[in-house]
Design a protein around this ligand. Sequence first.
Ligand code: URA
Length: 237
Amino acid sequence: MTLIRINKYLSDCGVSSRRKAEEYILQGRVSINNNIILELSSKVDPLNDVVLLDGEKIFQKRLVYFLLNKPKGVVTTTDDEKGRMTVVDLIKSKDKIFPVGRLDYNTTGVLILTNDGEFSNFLTHPGNRIPREYEAKLDRPLTEEDKEKLCKGIYIEGIKGKFIKVVFPDKKSKKIINVTAVEGRNHFVKNMFGALGYTVQGLNRKSFAGITADMPVGAYRVLSQDEISGVIKTYGK
Ligand code: URA
């Protein structure tokens, strides 16, 4: 029997954030097996206990996780005001999934979609330094001097950003570069190269949190429980 703290349980069920759930508890609005609980440390057995909020039964949300190899020409949102195709449209799921972080319209590659807000927060929290590996195609060869600058750090909108790894996968072309970032600011890769006067002509995310797109562009698959717990074990504190 696995017991879960009541605030985590309420947040896992999609009721609210953990903090908001604590407020509900202190307000005497939550009961376990018909006993109002006021202790924030109370635990619940998800399989056997009946939890009510304001007298309404709370049902466990089924958590789902997908890995999409995002194609070009698709927006990374749940719905688009211009009616363009979204990454969610590409996945057949009855659950209300959303993308973890974002890839630009014309960026391809690894994108996780889930309905697990906590897992998404874990992956996008800057403090967790989750690695994202990209292959960028530039308009001109990258100089050694600029390669060093990318590793040392460059200010983007007043905040220093850097790549923890920069390698040329092809000895002959210095226009193709593999870079690894541990942050997910919007347009981060394009802005890093843009700050040095390069234009990124093509961008593919090869891996995210060590998970690679092991399938054709546009395809998706379910992430296994082992992959999910592996990510938490590897990058959790
Ligand atoms: N950095 C970018 O510039 N674009 C992306 O899509 C992802 C990272």
